[in-house]
Design a protein around this ligand. Sequence first.
Ligand SMILES: NC(=O)C1=CN([C@@H]2O[C@H](COP(=O)(O)OP(=O)(O)OC[C@H]3O[C@@H](n4cnc5c(N)ncnc54)[C@H](O)[C@@H]3O)[C@@H](O)[C@H]2O)C=CC1
Ligand SMILES: CC(C)CC(=O)C(=O)O
Ligand SMILES: [Mg+2]
Length: 379
Amino acid sequence: MAQQKQNISVVLLEGDGVGPEVVAEAAKVLKVVAPQITYKNELIGGCAIDATGVPLPEQTVVSCKNADAILLGAVGGPQWPRRDPATNALGPRPEQGLLEIRKSLDLFANIRPCVFPSEALLNYSPLKLETVKGAEFIVVRELTGGIYFGERMEENAEGEAWDKMVYTVPEIQRITRIAGHLSLLSTPPAPITSVDKANVLASSRLWRRVVTETLTKEFPTVPFSHQLVDSAAMIMVKNPRALNGVLLTENMFGDILSDEASVIPGSLGLLPSASLNGVPGTGGVGSKVVGLYEPIHGSAPDIAGQGIANPIGTILSAALLLRYSLGMEREAKAVETAVRIVLDEPAQGGRGLRTKDLGGNATTKEIGDAVVAELKKLL
Ligand SMILES: NC(=O)C1=CN([C@@H]2O[C@H](COP(=O)(O)OP(=O)(O)OC[C@H]3O[C@@H](n4cnc5c(N)ncnc54)[C@H](O)[C@@H]3O)[C@@H](O)[C@H]2O)C=CC1
Ligand SMILES: CC(C)CC(=O)C(=O)O
Ligand SMILES: [Mg+2]
């Protein structure tokens, strides 16, 4: 087993809505597999606005920069932005906090694996079993550039507003290298599908040129192709196996396509993500990168406070945290196995537990407790 650091610090950013509910379960899981971790809770999003006036307090940034890894729930909700009763001006948005922490830590690489955490879920996908069986790809989303970070103008007196989408060569090169690296972890190298809108957008034409050059020069054994984003969205639900491998794309397209991808295994509550500032390792000393880990979903205000949110996306994000930032591959795999057993049908030796989004009636806490119980048997 890889040598491990003893004093590990993880910052928990619970955020808003279902954030605290799902982070509580993932933290419970981490405490079992890695008891040496110490935790610090910090504020981000709407709860930070209400407590401090800003969505990302300086103290949160400092703690995150000093930590070995960060686990986040979600931010946002219909109560924000709040309106100042005196001036009628709108206050800050919780989502700004998330964008700012990604930028502050230079977390340019967002990795969102779209896999079935258990084969049993094949029966619960809203798509036909024969369509989704065998679908398995990783969305590699550029996370600190593009339209979410471009200049913008809010609505003016003429009823006009705009957002600018900018990409630079180095930004595209570094995210392409992440995709190339992930491709090479498979034998033979996994195909990369780069998704853009090069038939319309100048930034996409740059994207396509730089992706082509970087992969051709630096990853000559990696097969790749280009797909326009509109048809990629169609293929994802019609024949998702055609995207198997690595789906490389820019910030906004990756945001949208990854939510769509969650329909394949059956719920937005299932998919984890890792936001990194470098090449992800597969475990062991020296392979660690700065990382923020979060489920791909939002704060789900429609179900917040009911104890029914699916915590699996967050628990699997904790597994990615163990793998990529702490070099604890054995523990990461154990968490993934425990999740599989919880979801597997009893006839397969599993527990057949599912939350409401997957047609079951288990609570958030029951799923977390079951993962912990299975994990204790595995360790
Ligand atoms: N990373 C983040 O913090 C993100 C924050 N948001 C914010 O979240 C708020 C709500 O946004 P929505 O568009 O409603 O997206 P959402 O992802 O919060 O919810 C969309 C739908 O999926 C369901 N859902 C989400 N997570 C679930 C889970 N773990 N278990 C079961 N069902 C789940 C929700 O109940 C809802 O019906 C907004 O303020 C938005 O800006 C949205 C996406 C990401
Ligand atoms: C604030 C948003 C960009 C968050 C989001 O939807 C995401 O990262 O998936
Ligand atoms: Mg999103």
